[in-house]
Design a protein around this ligand. Sequence first.
Ligand SMILES: NC(=O)c1ccc[n+]([C@@H]2O[C@H](COP(=O)([O-])OP(=O)(O)OC[C@H]3O[C@@H](n4cnc5c(N)ncnc54)[C@H](OP(=O)(O)O)[C@@H]3O)[C@@H](O)[C@H]2O)c1
Length: 307
Amino acid sequence: MNRALRIHAYGGAHAVSIDQIDTPHAASGEVLVRVHAAGVNGLDWKIRDGILQDVFRLPLPATLGIELAGEVVATGAGVTGFAVGDRVMGALGGIGAYADHVALAADKLTGIPAGLSDTVAAATPVAALTAWQALFEAGELKRGQTVLIHGAAGGVGSFAVQFARRAGARVIATARGIHAGYLRELGADEVIDYRTESFWDVAKHVDLVLDLVGGEALAKSWQIVAADGKVVSTAAPEIATQTPAGKRGVWFQMRADAGQLATIALDVARGDLKAEVSEIVAPTEAAEAIERNKTGHGRGKTVVQFR
Ligand SMILES: NC(=O)c1ccc[n+]([C@@H]2O[C@H](COP(=O)([O-])OP(=O)(O)OC[C@H]3O[C@@H](n4cnc5c(N)ncnc54)[C@H](OP(=O)(O)O)[C@@H]3O)[C@@H](O)[C@H]2O)c1
């Protein structure tokens, strides 16, 4: 059996179907993974809706999903470091994770440390790598600086709060008020309920804004950023066109990095980092879960369990 969650044409929730497709083979340099779980991400519905057609050209039908955890069932020629039976996790750096079997380049994969469940492993790659790279590579966040994180309770934000706090930054988080206790536990110094407070009245001279929301959150952020600070967005690809003169606004796109992921996965397995899985759904429920992600409210990550 090789189920795949595919789109045959761009559209809403009904555009996603569960198809039976041939099981792929591991080509040279590839590993064939029996998928146990795959994380839900905003990119799923952005691709499904067709809003990324100009930058992300796809031959259709296409299998959605950008991160997975599972078990190696075959290795292609030249693959070293992985063997049949190994538990692995990774961000694909492309699409195709929502299937029972996925063949992908071995260098995208990291072994799952002992003690880490498949669902947590599937929820970690994209959110954690995005948070890490956006804060420290694009954002150049340093000890003693202040970072404001919009959308802090979500998948990326939950990791970003923890990474920033561990790096010695002062962390201001925006989220719905119901997430305030959760975010303080993760390390936020201050939580602003965006429904009842205007963050631009509260926060000033922020060194880095990590925008995981876009829209008004981004538009108002220019007011609070320090003269030599910057705004990094993972949600608004058009940020460059909105950046006022004299300000620095950067669009950031995650890079699949198995080395970084290995370090992060160990921290999660040891309990030094928390990876929040708020919901586990069956493949038959995945289309609705992807649609729910579009509303952008809630805590942590949703994971589709294949096995
Ligand atoms: N460029 C890249 O490489 C990349 C990689 C990963 C993700 N992304 C994008 O980055 C964004 C965040 O991803 P994610 O996986 O963390 O999404 P997510 O899990 O859906 O989290 C979004 C969070 O934003 C909160 N929120 C909604 N409106 C808000 C507002 N006005 N102010 C503050 N918080 C608000 C939501 O919860 P509450 O409203 O309940 O607080 C939710 O916790 C998405 O657009 C995603 O597609 C881009």
